[in-house]
Design a protein around this ligand. Structure first.
Ligand code: UDP
Ligand code: MG
Length: 308
C-alpha cells in the first residue's frame, strides 16, 4: 500500500526539511501498517530556495518528489497538481508550515481502517489569528452555508486523508475556479472529522493576506451558489413595488390635496439609489460571466517547469 503526501509550498525554504523530519517521525507507524510513502512537494512558483531544498532531500531520500510550477498558480492549483501526480492508494494533503501536525496521521489512518472514505480536520479555536480575520471568516462560512447546498465546514483545514476513490472523484472535477473546501463537500463520501487546537506556523509568514482571502471567498461563493444571481430579481420586484406605492401616493396628493411635488433633491436621491442597485446587480452578473469566461477558455490549471 502506498501513501502519497501532498505538500503545497510557496516560499517555504525553511520549512521543507523540518516538515520532512516531522513526517518521518511516523516511520515506525508506516512500517507497522505496511505503508510505503511518497512525498510530493509542489513548488507553487517560489522565488526562494524551496526547490533547491527539495532537491537536496531527494538526493538523500528517493521517496521525496518535486513538482515545480512555472509561476505562482495558487494553492488550489498546487493541490490539484499533487492529486493528479499522486500514485498512492491513500492520499493526504497538508501544509508545509507544520500547522497540520503529521503526528495526527496514525489517528486519521485508524478511521480509514474503520471504513471511512476520508478523514478531515477542523480547528476548534482560531487562537493567534487577528480577531477581524476570524470575524470575517466566521461570517463567510455562515453566508456560504446559508446560500449553498454544498456544505462548507467552518474551521476546516486543508489537512485530509482520503482513499484513491475520493481522489479520483476530485480529479474528475476539472474546473478552473477551484474552491477545494467546496469540492470536498460536493463529492460527498463518508467523512470523519477530527478537531484540534490551532497551531501557529513554524517558520515564515502566512501567504494569505486579507485581500487574497476576500477574493478567495468570492470565488467560493460564485463556484458553489447561484443565489447572488437571484438577488437582482428580488430587488427588481421590490423596487417596482416601492415605485408603485410612491406613484399612487403622489397622484393622490396631487389630485385630492392639490399639492404638486416639489424639487429635484428627491429625484436625485432616487436616481442615485436605483442606479446604485442596478450597478450592484450588473456586478453580480459580471462575476458569474467572468467565471464562465475563464472556464470556457479551458486553460490548464497549472504548468510544470520541473518535475522528479
Ligand atoms: N501556498 C501555496 N500557494 C499559495 C499560497 C500558499 O502553495 O499561493 C501554500 C503555503 O506554502 C503553505 C500552505 O499553502 O504550505 C498554506 O499557506 P499559509 O500557511 O500561508 O496559509 P494559512 O495557514 O495562514 O491559512
Ligand atoms: Mg499556515
Amino acid at each position: 500500500m502506498l501513501l502519497s503526501v501532498i505538500v503545497p509550498c510557496l516560499n517555504e525554504e525553511e520549512n521543507v526539511v523540518p516538515f520532512y523530519e516531522e513526517l518521518m517521525k511516523n516511520g515506525p507507524f508506516f512500517e507497522k501498517e505496511g505503508l510505503e510513502v511518497e512525498i510530493l512537494y509542489v513548488n507553487d512558483g517560489s522565488s526562494d530556495g524551496t526547490s533547491a531544498e527539495v532537491k537536496r532531500l531527494h538526493e538523500k531520500d528517493e521517496r521525496v518528489h518535486l513538482i515545480s510550477f512555472s509561476r505562482n498558480f495558487g494553492k488550489e492549483a498546487a493541490i490539484y497538481a499533487g492529486f493528479s501526480r499522486s500514485k498512492g492508494d491513500y492520499v493526504v494533503m497538508m501544509d508545509v508550515d507544520l500547522q497540520d501536525p503529521p503526528s495526527l496521521l496514525p489517528e486519521m489512518f485508524s478511521y480509514i481502517r474503520q471504513g471511512y472514505d476520508s478523514v478531515a480536520t477542523r480547528r476548534v479555536t482560531r487562537k493567534g489569528e487577528p480577531p477581524i480575520r476570524s470575524f470575517f471568516a466566521r461570517l463567510f462560512y455562515k453566508i456560504m452555508n446559508r446560500i449553498s447546498k454544498t456544505e462548507v465546514v467552518d474551521g476546516a483545514r486543508d489537512y485530509r486523508l482520503m482513499t484513491r476513490q475520493v481522489v479520483d472523484s476530485i480529479l474528475s472535477m476539472c474546473e478552473y475556479n477551484r474552491f477545494t473546501k467546496g469540492i470536498f463537500g460536493w463529492v460527498g463520501y463518508e467523512t470523519k472529522w477530527i478537531d484540534y487546537e490551532n497551531i501557529e506556523r513554524a517558520h515564515g509568514r502566512t501567504k494569505f493576506n486579507f485581500w487574497k482571502l476576500f477574493l478567495y471567498s468570492l470565488d467560493g461563493i460564485t463556484a458553489f451558489s447561484t443565489v447572488p444571481l437571484a438577488i437582482s430579481s428580488v430587488m427588481g420586484v421590490l423596487f417596482c413595488f416601492v415605485a408603485f406605492i410612491a406613484i399612487l401616493a403622489l397622484v393622490v396628493k396631487n389630485l385630492i390635496y392639490h399639492d404638486p411635488v416639489a424639487g429635484w433633491p428627491s429625484l436625485v436621491c432616487i436616481i442615485l439609489l436605483v442606479s446604485g442597485v442596478q450597478l450592484f446587480c450588473v456586478g453580480i452578473l459580471g462575476q458569474y460571466m467572468a467565471k464562465t469566461y475563464l472556464e470556457v477558455k479551458q486553460r490548464p490549471i497549472f504548468l510544470v517547469k520541473e518535475e522528479f
